[in-house]
Design a protein around this ligand. Structure first.
Ligand SMILES: C[S@@+](CC[C@H](N)C(=O)[O-])C[C@H]1O[C@@H](n2cnc3c(N)ncnc32)[C@H](O)[C@@H]1O
Ligand SMILES: [Zn+2]
Length: 499
């Protein structure tokens, strides 16, 4: 079933919205997330902050702290995406904890973005020099290194002051372009041949005034002169250096909204033209003052925008209205005036929401019982530590793979019974899909094998210890009952359960 969410602005945290979007439903994501700049942002469009913390407050700086990383994010990454986890750990050591915290913030969102993109889809992630190398590793871990397409170097300024006296001035941002698979949408873009090439190569003019060249070597082979007309030449395919002045904000005073992070329309139009077709859905989960949205609209694409800043709707509307800068300034008093915004929105086919969408695709990948019976919210999840303690208490200090009796709990690690269940959701990490394994068993099993498979190998190789193994069917029944009990004790969860 498809979701009817095209041309919608969600004014809220993007993580919740991304989680509510169906898998395989978005054609292109072009986005410019907040960077780890460690400074406050302000501008005439109003003070806002790129803060994401759980239980967020307003007006905090664009800064990330390791001790504020939601433990559930980290567990999701640690359990389901070991390569990504290592990138974050390495960043902690090589750079600093704040950057690692920023990577956690962006990673949980990128995992969702990867899930909701179609196989033919692509993503362009706008990065500055602070984090781009680290984000590139994150992207390799999530999208796969074989799906890396380009690092686009975008020259930010038409001209600039050299203020960096002891190093070179930074003149570019980087856009990381990844696809989901190798069958992605791509429309090559050409720029016209240079004056010089035209003069030196297309030096002939025929009786109708058309310029042409005679390619070398062909003239005599065929016995006839072969002409290549300039007006049939597609131009030169553009590369990854995007340095044209037209792609900067320079001289674009009418386009300016007053927001310090605003990116030029022409830049995002180029991305959208290259990596989507008319009618496609373009998503920007950090849409700010709506550059991606307006670019998509200009090119007859459908769009979804998400931003938690309160003036996002004002920007979309005033830009859709195509009003000039003076008029925009006059209307700034309506930035957050709900009645005015509701009224102005009417002529446009757009929707505005402050609650997340609900997925309508089947989520069968999940651990069956959990997902088909009721949703479990992130808040409800038990921590790894809690789960380990409950399992130790109920089943004793034994490895579920080889029956090894651990001298103390540190010898046992928490693993998944079914490694492939529920790749995309939290069900995978619940207690009824968990087992305790000794280190050698955990290494052997990795995420390729089921627990039964591991037991078989242990028996064959003679690693199985004496005594009765834990009965997996009974254990799963017990952990399931335990989970239900816990849910019933949590009123919010229980209400979802009864619905
Ligand atoms: C760099 S700006 C985007 C500017 C945009 N490219 C433009 O040209 O208008 C980043 C935006 O991300 C938003 N943002 C930061 N954290 C967010 C979150 N967790 N959910 C939704 N939006 C968020 C900020 O409010 C800000 O508007
Ligand atoms: Zn073992």
């Amino acid at each position: 079933m498809t979701q009817d969410i095209a041309n919608t602005l969600y004014e809220m945290d993007n993580l919740e919205v991304l989680r509510g979007i169906n898998s395989n439903s978005i054609d292109l994501i072009a986005t410019d997330p907040p960077f780890n700049t460690k400074r406050n942002r302000s501008g005439s469009a109003g003070f806002y902050v790129d803060k994401w913390k759980y239980g967020d407050t307003d007006k905090l700086p664009d800064q990330w702290k390791w001790n504020e990383v939601h433990p559930k994010w980290l567990e999701t990454i640690q359990d389901g995406h070991p390569a990504l986890y290592q990138v974050i750990e390495a960043t902690k050591v090589v750079r600093d904890e704040d950057t690692a915290a920023f990577l956690c913030f962006i990673s949980v969102r990128l995992l969702e973005m990867h899930r909701i993109l179609k196989d033919t889809g692509s993503i362009y992630l706008h990065c500055d020099h602070n984090a781009n190398a680290y984000i590139r590793l994150v992207m390799d871990a999530i999208f796969g290194k074989k799906n890396f397409r380009n690092e686009i170097v975008w020259r930010k300024y038409g001209g600039h002051k050299n203020t960096a006296k002891l190093k070179f001035t930074t003149e570019n941002d980087t856009l990381l372009f990844y696809s989901v698979s190798n069958t992605y949408t791509f429309n090559q873009i050409f720029r016209p041949l240079s004056e010089q090439t035209i003069k030196s190569e297309y030096k002939h003019v025929d009786e109708n005034g058309r310029r042409y060249s005679i390619p070398r070597g062909r003239k005599y082979r065929q016995g006839v002169v072969k002409k290549v007309y300039l007006d049939t030449h597609p131009g030169v395919a553009i590369g990854n250096l995007w340095t044209e002045k037209e792609l900067t904000m320079q001289g674009k005073d009418d386009e300016r909204t007053g927001s310090p992070d605003q990116k030029p329309l022409a830049l995002y139009e180029r991305i959208i033209e290259a990596s989507s077709n008319e009618g496609d859905i373009v998503l920007d989960p950090f849409c700010g003052c709506a550059t991606t949205i307006i670019a998509a609209n200009n090119l007859n694409r459908r769009w979804i925008g998400i931003d938690r800043r309160k003036d996002a709707r004002y920007h979309i509307i005033t830009r859709l209205m195509g009003i000039d800068r003076k008029e925009r300034e006059r209307l700034e008093k309506y930035t957050t005036n709900k009645a005015w915004l509701d009224r102005q929105m009417q002529p446009y086919e757009m929707h505005y929401r402050t609650d997340p969408p609900t997925r309508t695709d089947n989520q069968e990948t999940a651990v069956v019982k959990l997902e088909s019976v009721f949703p479990i919210t992130e808040d409800f999840q038990m921590t790894r530590k809690e789960i380990k303690n409950v399992l130790l208490e109920e089943f004793g200090p034994y490895c579920w793979g080889c029956n090894f009796e651990a001298p103390d709990p540190r010898y046992l690690e928490l693993d998944h019974i079914n490694p492939k269940s529920g790749q995309d959701d939290y069900g995978k990490h619940h207690i009824n899909n968990r087992a305790l394994l000794c280190k050698p068993c955990n290494l052997e099993k990795s995420d390729r094998m089921t627990l039964q498979g591991l037991r078989k190998i242990n028996k064959e190789k003679g690693y199985m210890k004496e005594g009765t193994l834990i009965d997996l069917r009974k254990a799963s029944e017990w952990t399931w009952q335990y989970l239900v009990k816990r849910i019933q004790e949590t009123p919010y969860q229980y209400n979802l359960f009864r619905k």
